[in-house]
Each structure stands twice: as structure tokens, then as C-alpha cells.
Design a protein around this ligand. Structure first.
Ligand code: S3P
Length: 179
């Protein structure tokens, strides 16, 4: 645990494979706060794995459920660490709402690292439900999502470090921003 006391919720955004959940879990432990993984909240509410929601109900349904769950979290505004899904910043309104509610932090590893981590993408419907190969699909999603990711309060160009090291880097930044 660190001496630092968080004053606002922390939202971790970034692509699938950027390490949001792994770093977020450790960050929450270090800050002695709760941790919420948005995908887990959606799965619990709909009693179905994300993969199955995509398959049976489609992406638009998933996005509505995702925004519903996220809106609730931002309205409650509990001080905690929340790991978002890769596509959670659906539009400007969502991005603004998150930035008003807490610290939005973008984990941004190089595309080569994402590709390495996402090669076996069985549980990643956004990558597998496409004719394109995984690298092309990552490029396409990054291009579309980057304008919103880049609006985060803090961007961390991660890559070679462990989730624990990423969590430490986030704390160092928060000490400046959340003082
Ligand atoms: C998605 C990312 C996933 C999950 C869903 C859609 C996306 O979360 O929300 O499969 O659109 O990038 P992770 O980023 O935690 O893998």
C-alpha cells in the first residue's frame, strides 16, 4: 500500500491487450480501493459471458449495456479503480462523462505489443468476427478509437513493463494530478 490517498475514481482505457485489468487490479490494491472490471459488471448483469452477448445479441446491444453499466458507475462516483473495455469510449459524451467523474488514464502500448498479446483472440469478439487478419483489425480499431483515447487526462506509453510497474507509474502521475 502507498501513502497516497486517491480523491477521485480512476478509469483505465485503452485497447484490448493494453493491460488495463492486470494493472488496474494491482493499482487498486496499492491504493487500498475497490477494483471494478466493466466487462465483469456487464456479464453479471446479463448473466452471460461477453463473447456470448456479442454472438447472441450483437455489438449494438452490448454497447448499450456497456454504456448503461458505465453511466451508473459514473453517477455513483465511488472512489475506486475501474478498468474499462477497449470500446467503452463510444463517443464524445461517454468520454466527457468519464473525465468529469474521475481521472481518465490511457494505457498505450505499441501496436506490436498488442498484436503479440492478442494473437490467440478466442475471447475477443471484436477481433474474431471479421474477415480481416488481427493486425489489420487492430489498426482499424486504433485509428477509429485514438481520437477519444487521446483525450484522457493521462497517457502512459507502456510496453515492456510488468502490470505492477505500470501501476507504480500511474501512482506517480496521480500524485501530481490528484493532489
Ligand atoms: C472490446 C473489448 C473487451 C470487451 C469486448 C469489446 C472492444 O474488453 O469489452 O470484447 O471493443 O475493444 P477488454 O478491452 O477488456 O478486452
Amino acid at each position: 500500500m502507498t501513502e497516497f490517498i486517491l480523491k477521485k475514481p480512476v478509469y483505465l482505457c485503452g485497447m484490448m491487450g493494453s493491460g488495463k485489468s492486470a494493472a488496474g487490479r494491482i493499482l487498486a490494491r496499492k491504493l487500498d480501493t475497490d477494483f471494478t472490471d466493466l466487462d465483469d459488471v456487464i456479464e453479471e448483469k446479463l448473466e452471460m459471458p461477453v463473447k456470448q452477448i456479442f454472438k447472441e445479441k450483437g455489438e449494438a446491444f452490448f454497447r448499450r449495456a456497456e454504456w448503461g453499466a458505465l453511466r451508473k458507475i459514473t453517477l455513483i462516483n465511488k472512489i475506486q479503480v475501474v478498468s474499462l473495455g477497449g470500446g467503452s469510449l463510444q463517443n464524445q459524451q461517454v468520454t466527457d462523462q468519464l473525465k468529469i467523474s474521475g481521472w481518465l488514464i490511457f494505457l498505450n502500448p505499441p501496436q506490436s505489443v498488442l498484436l503479440e498479446r492478442l494473437q490467440s483472440a478466442e475471447n475477443r469478439p471484436m477481433l474474431t468476427h471479421s474477415e480481416k487478419n488481427i493486425d489489420q483489425r487492430i489498426s482499424e480499431l486504433l485509428e477509429k478509437r485514438m481520437p477519444l483515447y487521446k483525450q484522457a487526462h493521462i497517457t502512459l506509453n507502456t510496453g515492456g513493463e510488468t502490470p505492477g510497474e505500470t501501476a507504480e507509474k500511474i501512482i506517480e502521475k496521480l500524485k501530481i494530478y490528484d493532489s
